[in-house]
Design a protein around this ligand. Structure first.
Ligand SMILES: [Zn+2]
Length: 190
């Protein structure tokens, strides 16, 4: 389908001014048919989906159009798929970096969000604690040292919240970031 884009003129705004090819690489929030946030794609990819009749525009960047000889499509901010996608559950890799990202770089014991962070096993390995999203949290060096090979209860520490596997919504919120205020209501931030 890339042939469509070979013929595509440069993106222009209402006054005919070129807003730059960068516009095509902007992020678009993709909603499932039931309006649940699904993923993020580029404007270019979203326009292909719209052109193929596979998605509709829910929110757009007012005044901005993508034009080709036979086509004029508003620059989308949020699109919704015309069909339902079954969401695969395992998508985000369990890594040290992703654990810290999920927790927003905030120690899950004391709330500190500055300085070097470590990853702590809530239930220590010696007690059979697993390497999974539910048992790994971001912890500052101080709390990690206090806790050592103990459970939070034994160490007199309390978790700020129960660690969970990130969902698509947390993935978009924390891993991609909110690049457009129009996304907020679909990500349940309002
Ligand atoms: Zn701490």
């Amino acid at each position: 389908m890339s042939a469509i884009f070979l013929k595509l003129n440069k993106t222009k705004d209402v006054n005919g001014l070129d807003t730059g090819p960068g516009m095509l690489n902007r992020n678009v929030l993709v909603l499932n048919q039931n309006y649940e946030p699904l993923s993020v794609c580029t404007v270019k990819r979203a326009v292909i989906l719209i052109y193929l009749g596979k998605a509709e525009i829910i929110e757009k960047h007012d005044g901005y159009m993508i034009r080709s000889v036979s086509l004029a499509i508003p620059v989308p901010s949020v699109v919704r798929l015309g069909f339902y996608i079954q969401v695969p559950s395992k998508r985000i890799l369990l890594t040290r970096k992703n654990i810290i990202k999920r927790d927003g770089g905030r120690c899950q014991y004391c709330g500190e969000n500055h300085g070097a962070m470590t990853v702590d096993h809530v239930v220590p390995r010696i007690y059979g604690g697993k390497d999974n999203w539910e048992n790994l949290v971001c912890a500052c060096i101080k709390c990690n040292n206090i806790k050592g090979n103990r459970t939070p209860e034994q160490a007199g520490l309390r978790l700020l919240r129960r660690p969970k596997r990130p969902t698509h919504i947390t993935f978009i919120q924390q891993f991609v970031g909110i690049s457009d205020h129009r996304w907020r209501q679909y990500l349940f931030l309002d």
